[in-house]
Design a protein around this ligand. Structure first.
Ligand code: AMP
Length: 397
């Protein structure tokens, strides 16, 4: 990955700095109920403000379909942001045009202004040149601190980055650096854990990883499809029987690329998809017709642990089992804690993210102990798929 521009090289003093951030925060009764996303952007906002830049925030909120509507207004988020920053945050009720321009004229160096939801304009998601120009007019410099929105080529994530001198914010920078260390330029051997429900949602991801990693550890419901592809019986387990050929293709590509596939050798089976359903451990060669595989077994966990011990880098997406239902969280918990321990001992660089993975690592109590956990969801998965993220590309030096 070639270098990208960071705040280190940005001239900020006295400049109008358009900062694209992720403020798509959960709300309950008109109040922000989880401020994680706000907290993540504070270093960038404080730095730009501290260096005398006028911080003009661009963000989307929800999925408004027909122009402005109160339910998708960013106004309540301005109050929450002010509280976390410990300084006032002004608000303009449009992200372009006269309301935005008037609010910007009033700003002193170091002030912070939040502009209304960019998605209130249809042209935002279409990367419409008219919206791009209207946004670019408001700033001298552009900073993107929203990795989670960088997989979309929208006006506020990509279009405007091409019109103004564009830089990565500190959160964006941390994310790109962590992800590059994990897949672009990793210390080898590299292992990837891919778990979760279905192969069908992760085909591109599996295809890309077979070409990049040394060990591909497959868990969760999707492992059943691979076991079935090898001729094993999976009983009533979640399994995509129409994808057996696809699974065989993936196994073949892996072999061609010297990527070792690690599948479960034993499983925890039950007869119902329910917490505390009676269960037992069985070899994957002896799954009965009425059995449902809900977790990887202890031998599989030991095998995964010995692979991780031999590796220097780990990328993780998706749980080993139905981790929301006890005791079928055991394999996910055990491997997550083992990876966290290796990370703590300085033996493993561990990066995780996407979908339920953050919840699974939180459940195991180790999210903070990984080297980096991405909360970016879709953008993280597209990165694992090897796709180009337009919002990141636009920041390359
Ligand atoms: P994903 O969103 O693809 O990462 O899938 C996560 C979901 O996969 C979680 O809700 C798990 O409960 C589910 N899952 C993992 N293993 C299994 C399994 N063996 N059978 C059924 N569901 C599973």
């Amino acid at each position: 990955m070639s270098a990208f521009r960071t705040l280190d090289s940005a001239e900020l003093k006295g400049k109008r700095v358009l900062v694209r951030v992720d403020l798509n925060v959960p709300m309950e009764n008109g109040k922000v109920s989880d401020a994680t996303r706000i907290d993540r952007i504070l270093p960038t906002l404080n730095e730009i403000s501290g260096k005398g830049g006028k911080v003009i925030l661009l963000a989307h909120f929800g999925r408004p379909k027909n122009g402005p509507d109160e339910a998708n207004s960013l106004k309540p988020v301005a109050a929450a942001l002010a509280e976390r920053l410990g300084k006032p945050v002004a608000f303009a009720n449009d992200c372009i045009g006269a309301p935005a321009a008037a609010a910007i004229v009033k700003m002193a160096d170091g002030d912070i202004l939040l502009l209304e939801n960019t998605r209130f304009h249809k042209g935002e998601e279409k990367n419409d040149p008219a919206i791009v120009d209207a946004l670019a007019e408001l700033g001298d410099v552009y900073v993107n601190d929203a990795f989670s929105a960088a997989h979309r080529a929208h006006a506020s994530t990509e279009g405007v980055a091409k019109k103004l001198p564009a830089y990565a914010g500190r959160t964006m920078q941390a994310e790109i650096e962590a992800l590059s260390k994990a897949l672009e330029n990793p210390a080898r051997p590299v292992a990837a854990v891919v778990g979760g429900a279905k192969v069908s949602t992760k085909l591109e991801l599996l295809g890309n990883l077979t070409k990049k990693v040394d060990f591909l550890i497959i868990g969760g419901g999707m492992a059943n499809t691979f076991l079935a592809a090898q001729g094993k019986k999976v009983g009533k387990s979640l399994c995509e029987h129409d994808l057996l050929d696809t699974a065989r293709e993936i196994l073949k590509t892996a072999a061609e690329n010297k990527c070792q596939i690690v599948l479960p050798v034993d499983a925890v089976v039950a007869q119902e998809f329910k917490a505390h359903a009676p269960s037992h451990v069985i070899s994957v060669d002896h799954v009965g017709d009425a059995d449902m595989i809900l977790d990887a077994g202890p031998k599989s966990v030991s095998e995964v642990e010995s692979v991780l011990t031999a590796c220097k880098t780990l990328v993780w997406n998706g749980p080993f089992g139905a981790f929301e239902l006890e005791p079928f969280d055991a394999a996910t918990n055990a491997v997550a804690r083992f990876a966290a321990r290796l990370t703590g001992e300085g033996k493993l660089l561990s990066v995780a993210g996407g979908g339920d993975t953050v919840a699974a690592l939180n459940h195991a109590g180790v999210a903070e102990k990984f080297t980096y956990v991405s909360t970016a969801g879709g953008a993280f998965l597209e990165w694992m798929e090897g796709k180009v993220l337009p919002g990141v590309e636009a920041l390359r030096a």
